[in-house]
Write a protein that binds this ligand. Sequence first.
Ligand SMILES: [Ca+2]
Ligand SMILES: [Ca+2]
Length: 229
Amino acid sequence: MLAAVAAGCGDAPPREPTLRDPGVDSASVPAPGSADDNDGDGLCNGTEPDYGADPEVFDTDGDGLPDLVEVANAFDVASPGSPAEDQLGLLEARPGATLELDVRTTVDGDGQALSGFFSPIGSGIWPQPHDVGEFFISAVAVSADPIDNVRGIDYDSERFGFVAGETRLGFHLLFEYPFDEGVECARAYPFRYRLKNDEGDTVAQRLFLVVVAPEGAGDIEYCLPDDCY
Ligand SMILES: [Ca+2]
Ligand SMILES: [Ca+2]
């Protein structure tokens, strides 16, 4: 569990409207303004009820992610299981630091080959200074449960040669912090991991967050905008 405390950062990026993952209705999120933000979580008092958030509580569901971070990444601010713990990875902002993240997705295979695809999600309502692709190094197929449902695991790639029946497929993703400078506060970078058949159809997908946090941080202190959304 990633603990969080309130933080404000002076390096908030510009907030022009930008493309968002199609799963998020960015049109429903108002532009930032000078409205009140009693709990300092980056969501304005008047916006919080739209998402089921408490305007007096910085982290409504107590899962460690401030309300704005959840809204900006299409998670449920009122559900501590959203995101699940296995949907979060912590990458220390230290040159050369790495994150190994195990991604597991259940599919109902029909005998086709399935391949995994790392799919970065672009800046949304609250643009971040980097893209998750800047931290991504590699992904490989590693496991299947039950193992008898698959044949031809290619451990050098993201591909299972044959998947039949309900099967939990595992992939191992590697991320690395590529910059010389650290960060003063944490930011969450979203991506989807998709499973596609050889026709290119997506048969399953899950959303994940890479949290890039200051070196040696205990409690995670998230960067938040000066003006609420
Ligand atoms: Ca608020
Ligand atoms: Ca939360």
